[in-house]
Write a protein that binds this ligand. Structure first.
Ligand SMILES: *Cc1c(COP(=O)(O)O)cnc(C)c1O
Length: 333
């Protein structure tokens, strides 16, 4: 908003999202799954900063059948924008949020009996059956009931007529690591739990899911009939070792324009703390972007930017809204 009668020109610093890269990454992931396996695009945290509504529309147009969010508020944004596909709230809910699941048609992930009873009570009152997914903790140590608690949970669950066990899921703690032992242990535990769910308890969940991005590429047996990729959809590799295993295109570009360009003598310091001192006569460009824009302060003295297509170092500390880079070796800046 600008004051009346004032024309405001925005600072020329933008994040540009490439929809064709999103589509490319989605197809690369789809290629790694068998025809019976569906994709739940994880669009939590504003689609990893890429714009949740716009990103969800792209994946919806690609035939994506499920969306995963962390919290109900994120689900509300998708519904307000008219996204119709099932939206699963992966991160759990607080009791006061339970009515929103119904108002917004969100599918909860549940891992405790109190929440199950609460959601069941609301469903029964409304005369509906609410689909839910049961989360099992096989080693992530974050959310989920222990495998040994699944049978007693389901025994009581059977009497909750307002709930439908649509899915059973677990989450991998180190699928990106080179060492696969822990992931395989988690998978084994999950498979045992699924046997309990099916054979001992007599439930046949329509959806079974465990695989995050790394596991989609690297742990085929964890894909079951639904996969939950996040980071790879946006074109980042879960870790360096995945480069070459799947072809991803970064969907986000951060662009800006040089605000100030100056020549400095050898020995001149740059930015807070004088952590950088020019070792030669240098050309320093000041960019209108900083950590308030999300440029990590950790990139101080180690990050790079492209200037006229050439990689140049960020020098000195990244400031709140300004960052300096050394363009001495680039012609014609
Ligand atoms: C974030 C998240 C994902 C996606 O993980 P990536 O590593 O980004 O692919 C999948 N499942 C759950 C439960 C998550 O919280």
């Amino acid at each position: 908003m600008s004051p009346k009668g004032v024309t405001l020109h925005r600072r020329p610093t933008s994040a540009i999202i490439d929809r064709s890269a999103l589509r490319h990454n989605y197809l690369e992931i789809k290629k790694r799954t068998t025809p019976g396996t569906k994709v739940m695009a994880v669009v939590k945290a504003n689609a990893y900063g890429h714009g949740d509504v716009q990103v969800a529309r792209v994946f919806e147009s690609m035939g994506c059948e499920f969306f995963g969010v962390a919290i109900p508020e994120e689900g509300a944004r998708l519904r307000q924008a008219g996204i119709k596909a099932p939206v699963v709230v992966l991160g759990g809910i607080f009791p006061e949020q339970a009515p929103e699941l119904f108002d917004l048609d969100l599918t909860p992930v549940i891992y405790d009996m109190e929440t199950a009873r609460l959601v069941n009570g609301l469903a029964v009152k409304m005369g509906v059956r609410k689909k839910m997914h049961l989360k099992v903790d096989t080693g992530m140590g974050r959310l989920g009931i222990k495998p040994g608690e699944v049978a007693p949970f389901l025994r009581e669950f059977r009497s909750l007529k307002g709930l439908e066990l649509e899915g059973v899921l677990s989450h991998l703690a180190e699928a990106d690591s080179l060492k696969r032992e822990f992931s395989e242990t988690q998978l084994e535990l999950f498979n045992e739990t699924l046997r309990t769910v099916r054979e001992d308890c007599g439930f046949e969940p329509a959806l079974v899911h465990m695989a995050n991005s790394a596991a989609v590429v690297d742990l085929a047996d964890s894909r079951f009939n639904l996969v939950r990729p996040g980071i790879m959809l946006y074109g980042s590799y879960p870790s360096e070792r995945f480069r070459g295993k799947i072809d991803l295109k970064p969907a986000m570009q951060i662009k800006t324009r040089i605000l100030y360009l100056k020549s400095v003598a050898a020995g001149s310091p740059v930015s807070y703390g004088r952590t950088f001192v020019a070792g030669r006569p240098s050309r320093i460009a000041t960019l209108p972007i900083g950590y308030a824009d999300g440029l990590p302060r950790r990139l101080s003295g180690s990050g790079e930017v492209l200037v006229k297509g050439k990689r140049v170092p960020i020098v000195g500390l990244v400031c709140m809204d300004l960052t300096m880079c050394d363009v001495t070796d680039v012609e014609g800046v």
